[in-house]
Design a binder for this molecule. Sequence first.
Ligand SMILES: NC(=O)c1ccc[n+]([C@@H]2O[C@H](COP(=O)([O-])OP(=O)(O)OC[C@H]3O[C@@H](n4cnc5c(N)ncnc54)[C@H](OP(=O)(O)O)[C@@H]3O)[C@@H](O)[C@H]2O)c1
Length: 335
Amino acid sequence: MKHLALGQSNLTASRVGLGAWVMGGGSVWGPNPDDRESIRAIHAALDAGVNLIDTAPVYGFGRSEEVVGKAIKGRRRQVVLATKCGLWWDDERGSFFKEFDGRPLRRCLRPETIRLEVDRSLARLGTDHIDLYQTHVPAAAPDLTPIADTMACLLELKTQGKIRAIGVSNVSLAELQENCACGQVASNQFRYSILFREPEEDILPYCAQRRIATLTYMSLEQGLLTGKVGLDRAFASGEFRNDTAWNPWFIPANRKRILDLLGGWKDLTDKYACTLAQLVLAWTAAQPGVTHVLAGCRTPAQVQENLQAAALTIEAPDLERMRLEVMALGPPLPE
Ligand SMILES: NC(=O)c1ccc[n+]([C@@H]2O[C@H](COP(=O)([O-])OP(=O)(O)OC[C@H]3O[C@@H](n4cnc5c(N)ncnc54)[C@H](OP(=O)(O)O)[C@@H]3O)[C@@H](O)[C@H]2O)c1
């Protein structure tokens, strides 16, 4: 497994990281995950040299962090443990974000709630420090905590040794620049896949120029780009993948277009002796500015498949061909 510096921090993290959102379960991810299987998946990752594990308090309202905590017990030193703060559901502090899995979720990056959140995460994760502590989403009006106040709090947590490095997620370029002006930002986490390439416009070049690590998420488009989500796969109501307003690529007509596109890459999977998931993750990792690719996994088999993408080098003409073919597909069709 290849490892790369996590920005300008002292940490080095695997090129493919394990995303632990699905391990939190909840209606958004369909049937309840089996915690023992989740732990086996995390162990499979660690055994193969994946050290970057990404979770968040909101993933299953604490469950994902607890499962990760159980899995890394006795193996803490092998892990670059990444979690987040800023999505709050305890009380009325913060600005309403959305209903999430039956609870009102609020965006809150007040220092006072971050201090509570970090201690709760440390307890759930069973550790005395978090390697990478990321703001999950930026604060928003009306409870718009100034970025300088949030960063001052995070820098204080770093001085206290509770966290080792600071990261951000889902920020605009202007917000990222403001964070950087207040202190060292090791990483930026955002949605990026061969289907969703908006960060190429500004975020990826900026991060490359400033040596900020990038952690891409949904790079498999929640499984769609593995080619294994056939037209017969049904998602329960309340699941993301059923919320086609949110991700219209899951509408059957669009799914079919994706499956046809992926089917046309058979010569590429043959050439590189790889699976579609590996091809797509390797494409993502090869793009300028991308340092780390998160892959959400439910099972050891998914982990073992996905992590091999780190060892796969796709030749430049093939990278370009994949991009052009996705661009030719155009946007998803409305329902
Ligand atoms: N900062 C943020 O706001 C944010 C937002 C989203 C995600 N994230 C992070 O990024 C991570 C990755 O994103 P994600 O989990 O949403 O999406 P993803 O990695 O694109 O997709 C993960 C899902 O794809 C399926 N899958 C994965 N590997 C597979 C394989 N080899 N074969 C078949 N199916 C496979 C699994 O679902 P099934 O088995 O159910 O099909 C899995 O749960 C998350 O876990 C989280 O840590 C962060």
